[in-house]
Design a protein around this ligand. Structure first.
Ligand SMILES: *Cc1c(COP(=O)(O)O)cnc(C)c1O
Length: 334
Protein backbone atom coordinates (compact mmCIF):
# COMPACT_ATOMS: atom_id res chain seq x y z
CA UNK A 1 0.00 0.00 0.00
CA UNK A 2 1.15 3.48 -0.74
CA UNK A 3 -0.17 5.19 2.34
CA UNK A 4 1.31 8.48 1.22
CA UNK A 5 -1.02 8.55 -1.78
CA UNK A 6 -4.05 7.65 0.29
CA UNK A 7 -3.94 10.32 2.97
CA UNK A 8 -4.40 14.07 3.28
CA UNK A 9 -0.91 15.42 3.40
CA UNK A 10 0.09 17.70 6.27
CA UNK A 11 3.44 18.56 7.76
CA UNK A 12 4.24 16.85 11.09
CA UNK A 13 4.44 18.99 14.23
CA UNK A 14 7.91 20.24 14.95
CA UNK A 15 8.83 20.08 18.62
CA UNK A 16 11.76 22.15 19.78
CA UNK A 17 13.97 19.86 21.84
CA UNK A 18 16.65 21.18 24.12
CA UNK A 19 17.44 22.55 27.50
CA UNK A 20 16.13 26.07 27.20
CA UNK A 21 15.60 28.15 30.30
CA UNK A 22 12.96 30.65 29.31
CA UNK A 23 9.90 29.83 27.23
CA UNK A 24 8.28 32.90 25.70
CA UNK A 25 7.05 31.25 22.52
CA UNK A 26 3.46 30.04 23.10
CA UNK A 27 1.75 33.00 24.75
CA UNK A 28 1.26 30.95 27.88
CA UNK A 29 0.64 32.52 31.25
CA UNK A 30 3.90 32.55 33.22
CA UNK A 31 2.05 31.78 36.45
CA UNK A 32 0.92 28.33 37.44
CA UNK A 33 -1.86 28.16 40.02
CA UNK A 34 -0.79 28.75 43.60
CA UNK A 35 -0.62 25.54 45.71
CA UNK A 36 -3.72 26.39 47.77
CA UNK A 37 -5.91 26.62 44.66
CA UNK A 38 -4.39 23.44 43.25
CA UNK A 39 -5.28 21.77 46.57
CA UNK A 40 -8.83 23.04 46.26
CA UNK A 41 -9.04 21.59 42.74
CA UNK A 42 -7.59 18.25 43.93
CA UNK A 43 -10.21 18.19 46.69
CA UNK A 44 -12.96 18.70 44.08
CA UNK A 45 -11.45 16.01 41.84
CA UNK A 46 -11.40 13.55 44.75
CA UNK A 47 -15.16 13.97 45.02
CA UNK A 48 -15.68 13.49 41.27
CA UNK A 49 -16.80 9.98 40.25
CA UNK A 50 -14.38 8.85 37.52
CA UNK A 51 -16.61 5.95 36.49
CA UNK A 52 -19.35 8.31 35.34
CA UNK A 53 -19.50 10.28 32.09
CA UNK A 54 -19.38 14.02 32.54
CA UNK A 55 -22.47 16.08 31.69
CA UNK A 56 -23.14 15.46 27.99
CA UNK A 57 -22.80 19.15 27.02
CA UNK A 58 -20.75 20.26 30.05
CA UNK A 59 -23.65 22.30 31.41
CA UNK A 60 -22.21 23.04 34.87
CA UNK A 61 -19.29 24.86 33.23
CA UNK A 62 -21.50 26.50 30.59
CA UNK A 63 -23.65 27.91 33.40
CA UNK A 64 -20.62 29.31 35.21
CA UNK A 65 -19.20 30.93 32.08
CA UNK A 66 -22.59 32.40 31.18
CA UNK A 67 -22.97 33.87 34.64
CA UNK A 68 -19.43 35.28 34.46
CA UNK A 69 -20.18 37.03 31.15
CA UNK A 70 -23.79 38.01 31.76
CA UNK A 71 -25.24 35.62 29.19
CA UNK A 72 -27.44 32.52 29.38
CA UNK A 73 -26.11 28.97 29.35
CA UNK A 74 -27.82 28.60 25.96
CA UNK A 75 -25.39 31.16 24.53
CA UNK A 76 -22.27 29.17 25.47
CA UNK A 77 -20.56 26.06 24.12
CA UNK A 78 -17.34 24.65 25.55
CA UNK A 79 -14.68 22.64 23.76
CA UNK A 80 -11.36 20.89 24.19
CA UNK A 81 -9.52 24.15 23.68
CA UNK A 82 -10.98 26.76 21.38
CA UNK A 83 -9.13 25.01 18.55
CA UNK A 84 -11.76 22.25 18.70
CA UNK A 85 -14.48 24.85 18.32
CA UNK A 86 -12.85 26.38 15.21
CA UNK A 87 -13.03 22.99 13.55
CA UNK A 88 -16.63 22.49 14.69
CA UNK A 89 -17.74 25.87 13.35
CA UNK A 90 -16.20 25.12 9.94
CA UNK A 91 -18.16 21.85 9.85
CA UNK A 92 -21.45 23.57 10.67
CA UNK A 93 -21.75 26.22 8.00
CA UNK A 94 -22.26 25.80 4.26
CA UNK A 95 -20.24 27.84 1.80
CA UNK A 96 -17.18 27.41 -0.32
CA UNK A 97 -14.52 29.51 1.31
CA UNK A 98 -13.48 31.13 4.53
CA UNK A 99 -12.01 34.61 4.75
CA UNK A 100 -8.94 35.29 6.85
CA UNK A 101 -6.71 38.34 7.19
CA UNK A 102 -3.02 37.57 7.38
CA UNK A 103 -0.81 37.77 9.29
CA UNK A 104 -3.00 35.96 11.82
CA UNK A 105 -3.56 32.74 13.73
CA UNK A 106 -2.68 29.83 11.46
CA UNK A 107 -5.19 27.35 12.89
CA UNK A 108 -7.95 28.89 10.73
CA UNK A 109 -5.95 27.95 7.61
CA UNK A 110 -5.14 24.53 9.03
CA UNK A 111 -8.75 23.55 9.73
CA UNK A 112 -9.95 25.04 6.43
CA UNK A 113 -7.47 22.89 4.54
CA UNK A 114 -8.48 19.84 6.58
CA UNK A 115 -12.15 20.44 5.74
CA UNK A 116 -11.37 21.00 2.06
CA UNK A 117 -12.53 24.61 2.27
CA UNK A 118 -10.94 27.29 0.09
CA UNK A 119 -9.11 30.12 1.76
CA UNK A 120 -9.47 33.76 0.75
CA UNK A 121 -6.85 35.96 2.36
CA UNK A 122 -7.61 39.67 2.57
CA UNK A 123 -4.38 40.80 4.25
CA UNK A 124 -4.38 43.34 7.07
CA UNK A 125 -3.22 46.80 5.97
CA UNK A 126 0.13 48.33 6.92
CA UNK A 127 -1.19 49.16 10.42
CA UNK A 128 -2.58 45.62 10.72
CA UNK A 129 -6.15 46.86 10.40
CA UNK A 130 -8.83 44.86 8.60
CA UNK A 131 -9.42 45.73 4.97
CA UNK A 132 -12.50 45.19 2.80
CA UNK A 133 -13.25 41.60 3.85
CA UNK A 134 -16.99 42.26 3.33
CA UNK A 135 -16.41 42.40 -0.43
CA UNK A 136 -15.66 38.67 -0.41
CA UNK A 137 -18.60 37.67 1.80
CA UNK A 138 -20.79 36.23 -0.95
CA UNK A 139 -21.01 32.42 -0.55
CA UNK A 140 -18.49 32.52 2.28
CA UNK A 141 -18.65 29.86 4.98
CA UNK A 142 -17.23 32.21 7.60
CA UNK A 143 -15.13 35.32 8.13
CA UNK A 144 -12.42 35.11 10.80
CA UNK A 145 -11.42 38.18 12.79
CA UNK A 146 -8.76 37.83 15.46
CA UNK A 147 -8.82 40.71 17.95
CA UNK A 148 -6.41 41.23 19.66
CA UNK A 149 -4.67 39.69 16.68
CA UNK A 150 -2.07 36.97 17.03
CA UNK A 151 0.82 37.65 16.20
CA UNK A 152 0.51 41.45 15.80
CA UNK A 153 -1.20 42.25 19.14
CA UNK A 154 -3.53 44.99 17.89
CA UNK A 155 -7.31 45.07 18.15
CA UNK A 156 -9.78 45.78 15.37
CA UNK A 157 -12.17 48.73 15.60
CA UNK A 158 -15.67 47.97 16.82
CA UNK A 159 -17.23 49.89 13.89
CA UNK A 160 -15.27 47.74 11.45
CA UNK A 161 -16.36 44.53 13.17
CA UNK A 162 -19.96 45.75 12.98
CA UNK A 163 -19.65 46.51 9.29
CA UNK A 164 -18.35 42.96 8.68
CA UNK A 165 -21.26 41.57 10.73
CA UNK A 166 -23.69 43.52 8.53
CA UNK A 167 -22.66 41.23 5.64
CA UNK A 168 -24.80 38.57 7.32
CA UNK A 169 -22.12 35.88 6.89
CA UNK A 170 -21.03 33.91 10.01
CA UNK A 171 -18.28 35.95 11.67
CA UNK A 172 -15.87 34.25 14.07
CA UNK A 173 -14.40 36.85 16.40
CA UNK A 174 -11.44 35.24 18.14
CA UNK A 175 -10.97 36.93 21.51
CA UNK A 176 -8.35 34.53 22.89
CA UNK A 177 -6.40 37.49 24.35
CA UNK A 178 -9.29 39.82 25.20
CA UNK A 179 -8.59 39.82 28.95
CA UNK A 180 -5.40 41.79 28.21
CA UNK A 181 -7.26 44.37 26.10
CA UNK A 182 -9.34 47.38 27.02
CA UNK A 183 -12.70 46.25 25.71
CA UNK A 184 -14.47 43.14 24.42
CA UNK A 185 -17.08 43.02 21.67
CA UNK A 186 -18.85 39.96 23.07
CA UNK A 187 -21.96 42.09 23.78
CA UNK A 188 -22.55 42.24 20.01
CA UNK A 189 -23.80 38.65 20.28
CA UNK A 190 -27.06 40.16 21.60
CA UNK A 191 -27.52 42.06 18.34
CA UNK A 192 -26.02 39.80 15.67
CA UNK A 193 -27.00 36.14 15.40
CA UNK A 194 -24.20 35.61 12.84
CA UNK A 195 -21.52 36.41 15.44
CA UNK A 196 -19.57 33.69 17.23
CA UNK A 197 -17.05 34.91 19.81
CA UNK A 198 -14.24 32.50 20.67
CA UNK A 199 -12.60 32.57 24.09
CA UNK A 200 -10.16 30.34 25.95
CA UNK A 201 -8.88 29.39 29.39
CA UNK A 202 -5.39 28.89 27.91
CA UNK A 203 -4.04 32.43 28.13
CA UNK A 204 -5.25 34.88 30.81
CA UNK A 205 -6.67 32.08 32.97
CA UNK A 206 -3.35 30.23 32.89
CA UNK A 207 -4.87 26.83 32.07
CA UNK A 208 -3.26 25.95 28.72
CA UNK A 209 -2.64 22.43 29.99
CA UNK A 210 -6.25 21.64 30.84
CA UNK A 211 -7.51 22.43 27.30
CA UNK A 212 -10.76 24.35 27.69
CA UNK A 213 -12.10 26.93 25.28
CA UNK A 214 -15.58 28.30 24.72
CA UNK A 215 -17.70 30.17 22.23
CA UNK A 216 -20.47 32.68 22.82
CA UNK A 217 -23.19 33.06 20.20
CA UNK A 218 -26.94 33.16 19.66
CA UNK A 219 -28.97 30.37 21.22
CA UNK A 220 -29.76 29.04 17.75
CA UNK A 221 -26.13 28.77 16.62
CA UNK A 222 -25.06 27.14 19.90
CA UNK A 223 -27.88 24.61 19.55
CA UNK A 224 -26.81 23.71 16.00
CA UNK A 225 -23.17 23.41 17.11
CA UNK A 226 -24.16 21.00 19.90
CA UNK A 227 -25.99 18.79 17.39
CA UNK A 228 -22.77 18.07 15.47
CA UNK A 229 -20.42 17.89 18.47
CA UNK A 230 -19.27 14.56 19.87
CA UNK A 231 -21.05 13.91 23.20
CA UNK A 232 -19.12 14.05 26.50
CA UNK A 233 -16.37 15.98 24.73
CA UNK A 234 -15.07 17.74 27.80
CA UNK A 235 -13.64 15.57 30.57
CA UNK A 236 -14.79 15.97 34.19
CA UNK A 237 -11.34 16.99 35.42
CA UNK A 238 -10.88 19.89 33.00
CA UNK A 239 -14.46 20.98 33.52
CA UNK A 240 -14.08 21.17 37.29
CA UNK A 241 -10.75 23.00 37.02
CA UNK A 242 -12.17 25.67 34.70
CA UNK A 243 -15.20 26.10 36.98
CA UNK A 244 -12.99 26.65 40.01
CA UNK A 245 -10.83 29.15 38.16
CA UNK A 246 -13.89 31.30 37.51
CA UNK A 247 -14.40 31.39 41.29
CA UNK A 248 -10.89 32.79 41.60
CA UNK A 249 -11.13 35.53 39.02
CA UNK A 250 -9.55 37.96 41.50
CA UNK A 251 -6.30 36.02 41.16
CA UNK A 252 -6.64 35.85 37.36
CA UNK A 253 -7.19 39.62 37.31
CA UNK A 254 -4.11 40.16 39.44
CA UNK A 255 -1.98 38.19 36.97
CA UNK A 256 -3.50 40.05 34.02
CA UNK A 257 -2.54 43.39 35.60
CA UNK A 258 1.00 42.14 36.23
CA UNK A 259 1.36 40.99 32.62
CA UNK A 260 -0.02 44.26 31.20
CA UNK A 261 2.41 46.26 33.34
CA UNK A 262 5.32 44.11 32.18
CA UNK A 263 4.15 44.36 28.57
CA UNK A 264 4.24 48.15 28.74
CA UNK A 265 7.66 48.07 30.39
CA UNK A 266 9.12 45.98 27.55
CA UNK A 267 7.26 48.04 24.94
CA UNK A 268 8.82 51.27 26.26
CA UNK A 269 12.26 49.66 26.29
CA UNK A 270 12.00 48.70 22.60
CA UNK A 271 9.70 51.48 21.37
CA UNK A 272 11.60 51.77 18.10
CA UNK A 273 11.11 48.08 17.33
CA UNK A 274 7.85 47.10 19.06
CA UNK A 275 4.26 47.35 17.90
CA UNK A 276 1.59 48.40 20.41
CA UNK A 277 -0.14 45.37 21.89
CA UNK A 278 -3.35 44.63 23.76
CA UNK A 279 -2.37 40.99 24.28
CA UNK A 280 0.13 39.08 26.45
CA UNK A 281 2.85 39.27 23.81
CA UNK A 282 4.72 41.80 21.72
CA UNK A 283 5.63 41.79 18.06
CA UNK A 284 9.20 43.04 17.61
CA UNK A 285 10.96 44.05 14.41
CA UNK A 286 14.13 42.29 15.50
CA UNK A 287 15.64 39.28 13.76
CA UNK A 288 16.87 37.90 17.08
CA UNK A 289 15.41 34.39 17.15
CA UNK A 290 18.70 32.46 16.89
CA UNK A 291 20.54 34.94 19.09
CA UNK A 292 17.99 34.51 21.89
CA UNK A 293 17.89 30.74 21.45
CA UNK A 294 21.62 30.57 22.05
CA UNK A 295 21.02 32.35 25.32
CA UNK A 296 18.38 29.80 26.27
CA UNK A 297 15.41 32.05 25.52
CA UNK A 298 12.75 30.67 23.20
CA UNK A 299 10.50 33.08 21.30
CA UNK A 300 8.41 32.72 18.14
CA UNK A 301 10.16 33.30 14.83
CA UNK A 302 7.87 34.79 12.22
CA UNK A 303 8.04 34.48 8.45
CA UNK A 304 6.47 35.69 5.22
CA UNK A 305 5.39 39.30 5.54
CA UNK A 306 6.79 39.31 9.09
CA UNK A 307 10.13 37.89 8.11
CA UNK A 308 12.78 39.29 10.45
CA UNK A 309 10.24 39.74 13.27
CA UNK A 310 9.78 37.82 16.50
CA UNK A 311 6.80 37.43 18.80
CA UNK A 312 7.68 37.39 22.47
CA UNK A 313 5.31 36.30 25.22
CA UNK A 314 5.31 38.44 28.35
CA UNK A 315 6.84 36.34 31.13
CA UNK A 316 7.67 36.82 34.79
CA UNK A 317 9.63 39.94 35.69
CA UNK A 318 12.94 38.04 35.99
CA UNK A 319 12.40 36.37 32.62
CA UNK A 320 11.55 39.70 31.02
CA UNK A 321 14.67 41.27 32.52
CA UNK A 322 16.76 38.57 30.85
CA UNK A 323 14.93 39.08 27.58
CA UNK A 324 15.48 42.84 27.73
CA UNK A 325 19.17 42.36 28.49
CA UNK A 326 19.65 39.91 25.65
CA UNK A 327 17.76 42.05 23.13
CA UNK A 328 19.74 45.15 24.08
CA UNK A 329 22.90 43.18 23.51
CA UNK A 330 21.54 42.04 20.15
CA UNK A 331 20.74 45.63 19.13
CA UNK A 332 24.21 46.82 20.12
CA UNK A 333 25.92 44.01 18.27
CA UNK A 334 23.92 43.99 15.03
C1 LIG B 1 -3.95 30.53 21.86
C2 LIG B 1 -4.99 30.90 20.90
C3 LIG B 1 -6.24 30.27 20.93
C4 LIG B 1 -6.57 29.28 21.99
O1 LIG B 1 -6.30 27.99 21.71
P1 LIG B 1 -6.76 26.86 22.73
O2 LIG B 1 -7.05 25.73 21.82
O3 LIG B 1 -7.99 27.33 23.45
O4 LIG B 1 -5.62 26.64 23.66
C5 LIG B 1 -7.20 30.65 20.02
N1 LIG B 1 -6.97 31.63 19.14
C6 LIG B 1 -5.80 32.28 19.11
C7 LIG B 1 -5.61 33.40 18.16
C8 LIG B 1 -4.78 31.93 19.97
O5 LIG B 1 -3.61 32.56 19.90
Amino acid sequence: MRIREMVKSFKPYRVLEGNYRIWLDKNENPFDLPPEIKEEIMEELRKTPFNRYPHITADPLREKIAEFLGFEKENVIVGNGSDELISLILKLFEGKHIIVSSPSFRMYDFFAKLEGTDLVDVPLDEHFNLQNVEDYAENAKAIFICSPNNPTGNIQKREKIISVLESGVPVILDEAYIEFAKKSNVDLVNEYDNLIVLRTFSKAFGLAGIRVGYAVASEEVIDYLHRIKAPFGLNSLSMKTAELMLDHYDLVKQNINYIIKERERIYKEFRGYAYPSEANFLLLRLDAYEFLLEKGIVVRKLSGRLDGHIRVTIGKKEENDELIGALNEFIERF
